[in-house]
Design a protein. Sequence first.
Lengths: 680, 199
Amino acid sequence: MSLFQIAEPGESRVKEACRGRVIGIDLGTTNSLVAVVTDGTPRCLLDEQGQALLPSVVRYQPGGPPVVGGAAKRSAAQAPHDTIASVKRFMGRGPKDLEKDGTAQRFGQYRFAPTPTSPTGEPQAAGIVRFLVAGDKGPASRSVTPIEVSAEILRQLRQRAEAELGGELEGAVITVPAYFDDAQRQATKDAGRLAGLNVLRLLNEPTAAALAYGLDKQREGKFAVYDLGGGTFDISILDLRDGIFTVMATAGDTALGGDDMDHALAELMLGQHPRRDELAAALRDDAGLGRELLDQARALKHRLSAAESAHAELRGQVLTVSRDELEAAIAPVLSRTGTPCRRALKDAELTKEELDGVILVGGATRVPAVRRFVAALFGREPLCELDPDQVVALGAAVQAELLGGESSADSTGLLLIDVTPLSLGLELMGGIVEKIIPRNSRVPTGARQVFTTYADGQTGFDLHVVQGERETADECRSLGRFTLTGLPKAAAGMARLEVTFLIDENGLLSVSARELNSGKEAHIQVKPSYGLSDEQIEKMLLDSFEYAEVDLKQRMLLEQRVEAERILAALQIALQRDGDLLPPEERARIEAAREALIAAKAGTEHRRIAECIEALDHTSKDFAQLRMNQSLNRAVTGRSLSSVEKAVHFDPDKASPEAVAEPDAAPPAPAMPRPSRAAE
Amino acid sequence: MVPARNHFEVFELPVRYALDRAQLEERYRERSRHWHPDRFSRAPAAERAAVLARATDLNEAYRVLRSDARRAQYLLQLHGIDVTREGPGSKLKVEPAFLMAILELREELAEARQTHDAARLASLAATVKARMGELERTLSDGFARLEGATDGPQDRERRAELLGELTQAVLAQRYYQRFCDELAEYKEAQAERAASPLL
């Protein structure tokens, strides 16, 4: 799909000279991606293993920079407090929001810095969330904000792009959920800045997906984009026509996604476990258990997209879950997506019959129940030809190219017209909100209000700005307080202060004010409710130089070390529990491979470590399978071995040794003849 | 606030109530192809600021003109009448007879909500819809006459009268709109509770 017009002779040379390397980034809850446009076609950039997806997981450790991605994700259960996953759910949120979202506490993974209190000891409602992770001074000695965590992910993608494109980047388009409020957007932009990126634009995810779909097969018409990600849900209705993509309406829920399905499934699994009360109690203190449970739940969810039933192992117990059970557990999550869909259609003044198509976006839409739900909801089969994991990044790359590439000034090129998702309001006396910019207004958009003073000699003004549809300020999202000063002294009611609110094309708010009588610009000090001030960001930029430019090789070394530690720890437990199952020669081979890995880990060659990991994996494969069969046998009583073998489909290639890790002592295995491998 | 150009001028449309939506849409698209910040992402700051202002004006004008209610309010504003100032302490007041009618409707709404009387709610919705339809015609006719009126002394009196009628109609529209919004919110809450996956 070629995008660009042939340039006029002479024009292209100038434009070529100005052209820089621009990228599109999908900063997702579960996975992040980076994409570029090459020869008119967008494509995702791959890592050294040939993977496009970078898990949005960051593992902090003392004495070095954090590890980002797959290695961090796989070792999460071992370092649950220091491994931050789904940080997007915390962007632009405050400690109070965490209390409302009980799930963060239920599978209790993170340690948070205590809520700051005012000088008089009152807890402050707003403020940014801070994770306490391992630092140079020991566990929980370092505090990081969600912005910094996100910056680590962005930095990794930036380096991937620079390596592939051969140099510094000119800019990046970063996507955000359409329903993100100003605080969440600002946090994303700050993260980009901290990661050393020039953020060209924040682009709404459904719009990015529509761009990718629109270009693919040159589609035209009115489309709904149903975007169910790891932690956020968006529904946008767009009109694609003559190269202009206009958003007609958007709605969503920034605390709803695949993660919630995982939580529901985890609860189900817990309920099925014979030792459920013991485990439920243990959850409170054992963050590793919580992490493990969620990891297992997610793996199960994926497997059930392809199979009617699947099993997982949790602390020595094999649990079997059917697709029907999964669908019952996630039904409430799906049903919650119905409300924003209704509202979006209503705001767009369309009926579902008037749509030309529905597009599915987001990894969670791979679950068959979601596809059926969307088909039923909209009365048609949804479109899903483009990879739901990649489509947003691809769209972002296209937009980046439009902004930073040759044809940006070309008025016949593609144009995106987006909207602000939430009404903007001011808090008035008595806590009521006055809406000054309605939701779904096309951006950039603005509003002006004229205020006057209520006391003689008053030289300043406080404005509390909120976003949302409710009547009272406390039911809306607080964006921040704007303090205007510098008004000339006058009698009450004499001053005429014109305040201008501007929501730009990124959906970001800026405020300016002018005193009309004198014509003077008022000075505005912004105190964001859930964000960082400019000074704080500057300080972080300075502090981060210490670890900022860790090169690719160093990063790979750290990743491999973390990976090695994880495998060695799991093997340790496996040998402790079931070492006696092994014939001596096999055990010796495994021990030798283990020693080789330990030696490699102490060195500085990341490839050597990777080789040793692979060798150890290979050597202990049979052992892992043996243990799995052993577990299955223990779980089943009163049934013949052959009937079990037929009923349970076990794929040895997918079993992971650490799935059977169990720190507590189990009763010794009964003396049984060695079971034969399950019949093919 | 009334910017240097009024919203109609932004689109080179005549200043009147009757509007061709398709034409508004087309003119919006033509202008946004040129006046959009994304077209100037590589331009110097001063140019970007100018485009931002233009684009903002364009979107504001579009928002106002596109909605019948807002367009009517805006036209009154151009005549110096600001309906948002309605309330105690203002000379702008809705007629008492209308106020009574609205209060009665509200009482009915409250009762119907409490007893979850779907039939009654449906009938209320229909009533309000019909009345809003009447108001729409009043506005359409009224503005047409206002726009056609010439400027002699008797016409000034007639004009003032017309503006009064139109103001009352727009005020009434605002009350009915709030009513509809509340009804819609109630229905939405019901749908959510029933978790009915229907659009």
